[in-house]
Design a protein around this ligand. Structure first.
Ligand code: AMP
Length: 292
């Protein structure tokens, strides 16, 4: 595996020896866990060349967020990448990605205006800017992202469409611990008691799924998910049912996405669960009543 730290060296490395080989790309902020590695494995299974980046992107953190404290362990991450068969790991510094004077950015599209976009102003602009720049540097055929960050995936797909990037976005399922908690680098911040309380995010989603499948109104589902989390002293940002592509409120489409976010102590966690509706349950009772 080659470890590369500059954009110029990356370009040289990727132009040899077979410039036409299919290249898969996995962007990460490091602190690698099985969720990240599942993306690498999916890429390894299909691509000739697998490129991973490790970069904690300051642009996507708000002023009150955890940029400085974000877990970093390069040696461990590189060992994982090597073991999974990554060909090239790109580990740029902040100065390499944003040299003095760099101030052009991407403004995320309409999908960024809700949920995470409200809770974290500017976050998706930072994500789009770094991902666009990494796409330009790596020039992948396909890029692999996690369902764990569902709104991020939708925002990036929108950017790829709107700005005509020639890259296919592949979405991989959320990897969870045995008790349902979605793996996240931020789980490392949790105390054992908080880790216990954090399970309520997944419990809320499962409860929400059951209610939705049995025909409950989206508002009731959202309120119930919020209650499940509040019972575990989670400070809620949102608990909603949305359309998985537009992130607008769900209106009975075939697939609904349950989304939750909140703080466990000082640690902010997010999770989501897609629910495919069967024919009998796909129209919310509230809409039936209005039509009826
Ligand atoms: P991050 O390092 O948090 O920026 O994440 C890098 C990539 O890994 C993103 O595409 C995430 O959606 C994905 N990812 C993070 N956690 C998980 C998980 N538990 N399961 C699947 N993918 C994940």
């Amino acid at each position: 595996m080659r470890v590369i730290r500059s954009a110029a060296a990356l370009r040289r490395a990727l132009s040899e020896p077979e410039p036409e080989s299919k290249r898969g790309f996995v962007a990460t902020m490091g602190a690698l866990h099985e969720g990240h590695l599942s993306l690498v494995r999916a890429a390894r299974a299909t691509e000739d060349v697998v490129v991973m980046s490790i970069f904690v992107n300051p642009l996507q953190f708000g002023p009150q967020e955890d940029f400085a404290a974000y877990p970093r362990d390069e040696d461990r991450d590189l060992a994982h990448a090597e073991a999974e068969g990554v060909d090239v790991t790109f580990v740029p510094s902040v100065e390499e990605m944003y040299p003095p004077g760099a101030n052009t950015g991407v403004r995320a599209g309409s999908i960024a205006r809700t949920l995470e976009g409200i809770a974290r102003p500017g976050h998706f602009d930072g994500v789009c800017t770094v991902v666009a720049k990494l796409f330009n540097m790596v020039e992948p055929h396909r890029s692999y992202f996690g369902q764990k960050d569902a709104q991020q995936v939708a925002v990036i797909k929108q950017m790829v469409r709107d700005l005509a990037f020639g890259v296919e976005i592949v979405v991989c399922p959320t990897v969870r611990d045995a008790d349902g908690l979605a793996l996240s680098s931020r789980n490392a911040y949790l105390t054992p008691r908080e880790r216990e309380r954090a399970r309520s995010l997944h419990r809320a989603l499962e409860t929400g799924r059951e209610l939705l499948e049995s025909g409950s109104d989206a508002d009731v589902v959202g309120e119930t998910m919020a209650r499940v989390m509040t019972e575990s002293a989670i400070e809620i940002d949102y608990a909603s049912v949305v359309d998985p592509e537009t992130f607008e409120p769900w209106r009975g489409e075939d697939v609904a996405l349950l989304v939750v976010a909140g703080k466990v102590g000082r640690t902010r966690l997010i999770d989501n669960l897609p629910v495919t509706m069967s024919a009998e349950t796909s129209t919310p009772p509230s809409l039936l009543r209005k039509r009826g």
